[in-house]
Design a protein around this ligand. Sequence first.
Ligand SMILES: [Zn+2]
Length: 147
Amino acid sequence: MSDLNQVGEQDAWRCWLCDESVDPDASVNSDLGPSVDNYASAKPKKGSGSGERLAHRACNTMKGKIAPVVPWSPDLVLGDPAPIFETVERLTRKPGRELVANCASERDAQAASDWLLDRLSRLAPDADFDTVIKPGGGQYLLQLVLN
Ligand SMILES: [Zn+2]
């Protein structure tokens, strides 16, 4: 169990996939109980040297059998939202910039940018992501950038 506690503290008892809190005292057999997700990253977290993250048992990708999915917040107004997890993975392997969403207004784009950067500070704490909002064709394009 020391493993679980270590991973739990590293992720501040928050599920790395759904971003909801995980109760350290919940039964490990319940769907919302804590579990260690052995995510084999191409680029392991610095320091820990492993891809171990805290997940709810129901969210756990079960040793990579299920592809991790990180949902966008339903409160955001977005067009063509890109899959967050795959985009983050590509950029951490090969830094650059990728279009992640189209927004109808600059305000929507800014809200999406703020939400995404906050979300990524927990999803990929070792990577220093930034965003760019570009007006074009009557919309605002949100790009995720990793240098
Ligand atoms: Zn979860």
